[in-house]
Design a binder for this molecule. Structure first.
Ligand code: ADP
Ligand code: MG
Length: 690
């Protein structure tokens, strides 16, 4: 069986090679078969220089016209050849033997393959592969595409190719088991596994080479769908297991109605619908696993509070977790306002509490005195003992990461009674991505903003206008408005990032001594941050210079102007989050995206999307297309989403298909699902126990 066949069974694999292969994630012979070419070189046809495109890899021919040694920065051999159409091409070699130079004699015909660049003297190829051609009897062209594999330092393309060829010979003797039942392959018109692997490693001239190059060939789709079906099936099983566990039942609560009637506003239709979905879940004796998506300002907090009330009224405790202390504090504020009148006791924990206060809180939590407990993830890291935890609410989930979510699962795994989980995120996650990243959760969407909100007006301006923008900002602040200035992201370094904000804040303070200017960044201590935020909230500050730490959850309705510098460096989803900090009050709000010119056409097009829409879902779809899932979910989130072949960006359309078939396989072919899991997950990631 190739799945157990060790790599050392192949010719040419010694301890050193083995180490390199393992670095690539290749452990057994079967892994080599799933190590697909990154791309293919097309040496099946000659391209004349007349029709060649700069940047492409081409096979072309010409007669040697001249050669010389260049003694520039690096000594190099330059050979100029002339194509049949009269175009010149310079071949540049930095490493060469003297004998090599002699070979390139005037008038010989040479066939070269390489990337066509534009050099100082027109077309150029650096270190092309080449062969001399007998024009009377030219060597035949390749008939198949040449695969190029992802490799690692010290393991050459040629040696990897040899190993894969050995694996393919073995595959022909010992075909791999087929785990997708015929109805799937028929319905989707996909080839069997073994054929697909052969096609991709050794595409024949009769195969649709263009499709393969574009990753749109049925053989590729076949592998993609298998990997995605495995992922979906695994998620579905995980979910089913969770759904069989027991959780407390929370009956409808009169206290919820009491809060609803006391609110100064009525819930939107969308809020009502999502609330009902949650209340339905809480009535069942199985753990709720629900993700609520709602754009910034859609009113998720009050929904969370209503769920908390229902649990507390049934005698259970509720943990409310926020990703930052600022946010936890805001929740505390809102929950105090809503729950205190209902006599639901609240406790909170944060990193800068005095020891005595903390002891008191911990005791309240342990004794069950406290019903709703608010804090950051420290709630679960520290030695907090709950008396009777029934519901966990996680806000702004994308900051936590998949692993943390799974570890929460783990905390409860062995208990008889499980907690309900409500996860809230302001990141609009495109449907296909949600299916993969959160396939084990039910989804609710608050797709409506409370009435009366005016969409933020957004302008996209070159940094050359920075001065005018500053003037405008100053005037507006003098008129009593509050503003954010979000600072450039210089590097992915919190330190440099903070320094950039400091420099800007100092500049502004020097320039406008009459403005009250605050500064906030990730390197400030928790209590310093809170101090600044509270001052801004109380309008003791006119302008807040900030890094992207203000991205999530900050709620200051009077702030109605935001300027974001170097906006081109941020993802659209992140810009959307930032922009959501304004437009929270009744005033018309504005956002200015400053970019460093020159900016490419696509760069401008991206920023213009921000100008034309405030719909987070549309923005997220665009971001998914442009930057991939990491951007939307945050890099931490993609941890569990590493696919070997599928690509969530490229293959999004297959996800719903995979989901549907996965459900059928889970129901009718659990044995085949096991096979898939062994093949695709193996020892690497065990979703069931992650
Ligand atoms: P988010 O979904 O971003 O967490 P919040 O829960 O912070 O949004 O709500 C933003 C603001 O809107 C809060 O001040 C909240 O009290 C208010 N709000 C929530 N729901 C409604 C509603 N249906 N009508 C009017 N205002 C609402
Ligand atoms: Mg919120």
């Amino acid at each position: 069986m190739l799945a157990q066949h060790p790599l050392t069974a192949l010719k040419g694999v010694g301890p050193k090679q083995l180490e390199k292969l393992q670095k690539l994630g290749l452990f057994v012979v079967q892994d080599l078969l799933f190590h697909l070419p990154l791309r293919y070189q097309d040496r099946t046809q000659l391209v004349d220089l007349n029709s060649a495109i700069i940047g492409g890899e081409i096979l072309t021919e010409g007669t040697i016209f001249s050669q010389r040694l260049s003694q520039g920065k690096r000594r190099s051999l330059l050979v100029t050849i002339q194509s049949p159409s009269g175009k010149l091409l310079t071949l540049r070699f930095f490493h060469f033997y003297p004998r090599q130079a002699q070979q390139f004699s005037h008038g010989r015909t040479v066939r070269v393959f390489g990337e066509l660049r534009s050099g100082p003297n027109g077309f150029e190829m650096v270190h092309p592969s080449y062969e001399f051609i007998n024009t009377q009897n030219p060597a035949p062209l390749e008939t198949t595409l040449t695969p190029i594999y992802p490799t690692t330092e010290g393991l050459g393309q040629a040696s990897l190719l040899k190993l894969i060829q050995q694996a393919i010979t073995l595959l022909k003797q010992y075909p791999l088991a087929e785990y997708l039942p015929p109805p799937i392959l028929d319905a989707l018109q996909l080839p069997p596994l073994n054929n697909a692997l052969l096609t991709l490693h050794q595409p024949q001239a009769t195969d649709n080479l263009l499709q393969i190059k574009q990753f749109k060939h049925p053989a590729q789709h076949r592998l993609i769908i298998e990997e995605l079906i495995n992922q979906q099936a695994t998620m579905q099983q995980m979910r089913a297991v969770e759904q069989q566990r027991h959780a407390p039942v929370f009956p409808p609560s009169q206290l919820c109605n009491a809060l609803l009637t006391s609110l100064p506003f009525a819930l939107t239709q969308a809020q009502q619908r999502v609330l009902q979905e949650i209340q339905q879940d809480l009535k069942h004796p199985h753990p709720m696993q629900r993700l609520v998506q709602g754009d910034v300002g859609s009113g998720k907090t009050v929904i969370a509070a209503l769920a908390a009330i229902q649990a507390a009224d049934a005698g259970y405790q509720v943990a409310v977790m926020a990703p930052t202390e600022i946010l936890a504090e805001q929740h505390l504020h809102a929950f105090n306002e809503w729950l205190k009148p209902l006599n639901i006791p609240i406790a909170w924990l944060n990193g800068r509490m005095k020891a005595a206060e903390k002891r008191f809180m911990l005791a309240q939590i342990k004794s069950g005195e406290a019903k709703v407990i608010i804090g950051t993830h420290a709630l679960f890291q520290e030695a907090v003992t709950f008396y009777k935890l029934g519901l966990i609410i996680i806000d702004e989930q994308h900051r936590f990461g998949v692993h943390q979510r799974l570890s929460l699962h783990e905390k409860n795994r062995n208990k008889e009674i499980h907690t309900h989980q409500l996860i809230m995120t302001a990141t609009p996650i495109p449907r296909t991505l949600a299916m993969t990243a959160y396939g084990d959760l039910d989804l609710s969407v608050i797709d409506e903003l409370p009435p009366g909100r005016k969409p933020v007006e957004t302008a996209v301006l070159s940094n050359e206008k920075r001065f005018e923008v500053m003037e405008h900002l100053y005037q507006r602040c003098k008129q009593g408005l509050q503003a954010y200035w979000v600072c450039p992201l210089i590097e992915e370094s919190e330190l440099l990032h903070a320094q950039a904000a400091e420099v800007t804040a100092t500049q502004f303070s020097d320039r406008w001594p009459d403005l009250r200017i605050g500064l906030i960044h990730g390197r400030l201590k928790g209590d310093q941050k809170a101090l600044v935020m509270n001052a801004f909230k109380a309008h003791q500050l006119d302008l807040l210079v900030a890094t992207t730490v203000i991205e999530v959850g900050v709620n200051v309705p009077n702030a109605s102007l935001m300027i974001i510098e170097n906006a081109e460096r941020l993802g659209l989803a992140q810009l959307h989050q930032l922009r959501g900090r304004v437009g929270r009050g009744s005033k018309q709000s504005h956002c200015v995206l400053l970019y460093q010119s020159p900016l490419s056409q696509t760069g401008k097009a991206r920023l213009n999307i921000m100008r034309h829409t405030t719909d987070g879902f549309k923005i997220a779809e665009e971001d998914l297309k442009i930057r991939g899932p990491g951007e939307i979910l945050g890099t931490k989130q993609t941890g569990g989403l590493q696919f070997r072949i599928a690509d969530l960006k490229r293959d999004a359309e297959w996800i719903p298909v995979a989901k549907e078939w996965a459900a059928k396989m889970v129901a009718h072919h659990p044995d085949l699902v096991k096979g898939l899991q062994a093949r695709w997950i193996g020892q690497k990631i065990d979703y069931q126990h992650a």
